[in-house]
Design a protein around this ligand. Structure first.
Ligand code: IPE
Ligand code: IPE
Ligand code: MG
Length: 234
């Protein structure tokens, strides 16, 4: 199998899926959260080491108060249902995004999930919560500037050096990015990390994205010719 260490997913289409069933948007988010467990297990079984999922963007605060509040309560429901299983499977939970701006109770749930699984060595499930790539890069630049000012580092940073200031420090770059629900855009996700990722856009909404669809996407990945600017001799 072609190496895919790091898979990123933009889980889109929960709202449209719910609407099509005559359900409120919140029902789509709940079904979507359940699907995170299903796909994390499937990804782990496919040998993927890092799965980074987009749960809430820095732009998603624009949604109605009710929807935002529902999304902020979902992590508690999600981890209450599945945390024990994740621990049993050796999954390590990690959060990327600005947790300081989340409601205190949401941040506490997320910190607890990270702490409970910190020593695990199986699939690393990165959940992007209040994450935006522009914000991530700005925060990294600020921290770097601060370190230069304090004489901790020289002003001679390279790509590898800069990566250490990102929220994905110590992770490999994204190999494959999948977006569900037909939209063909990046929506401020992992802009640095996807520099050479292969991209895959599927029509299925996130609640409809089954392990079978994931396998189909991975099969497609197998046939991609990753050149990284070089030339392949075929
Ligand atoms: C993705 O589904 C979940 C989040 C962005 C939180 P959406 O809520 O964006 O669903 P659509 O795109 O409106 O159908
Ligand atoms: C991207 O989906 C963010 C998440 C999946 C959390 P959106 O539904 O917010 O993206 P746009 O607004 O359609 O670009
Ligand atoms: Mg959407």
């Amino acid at each position: 199998m072609k190496k895919c260490e790091h898979l990123a997913i933009i889980m889109d289409g929960n709202g449209r899926w719910a609407k099509a069933q005559g359900l409120p948007r919140s029902a789509g988010h709940l079904a979507g959260a359940d699907n995170v467990r299903t796909i994390a297990i499937a990804a782990s079984e496919l040998g993927i080491r890092y799965l980074t999922i987009y749960a809430f963007s820095t732009e998603n605060w624009k949604r109605s108060k009710d929807e935002v509040s529902y999304l902020m309560k979902l992590p508690a429901v999600f981890f209450e249902k599945y945390m024990q299983e994740f621990v049993d499977r050796g999954f390590r939970i990690n959060i990327i995004g600005e947790m300081e701006e989340l409601p205190a109770s949401t941040a506490a749930v997320l910190r607890n999930a990270m702490a409970r699984s910190a020593a695990n060595t199986g699939l690393q499930l990165n959940i992007a919560m209040n994450y935006g790539a522009h914000r991530e890069i700005i925060l990294a630049a600020r921290r770097y500037a601060e370190d230069v000012k304090n004489g901790i580092v020289q002003n001679d940073i390279d790509e590898e050096g800069f990566e250490r200031y990102l929220m994905t420090a110590d992770m490999p770059p994204v190999d494959y990015l999948i977006r569900t629900s037909g939209e063909q855009r990046i929506s401020n996700y992992l802009l640095w990390q996807i520099a050479y990722a292969e991209l895959c856009f599927v029509p299925e909404s996130w609640p409809e994205f089954t392990p079978e669809v994931l396998r189909r996407c991975m099969e497609e990945y197998e046939h991609r010719d990753r050149r990284f600017g070089g030339v392949t001799n075929e």
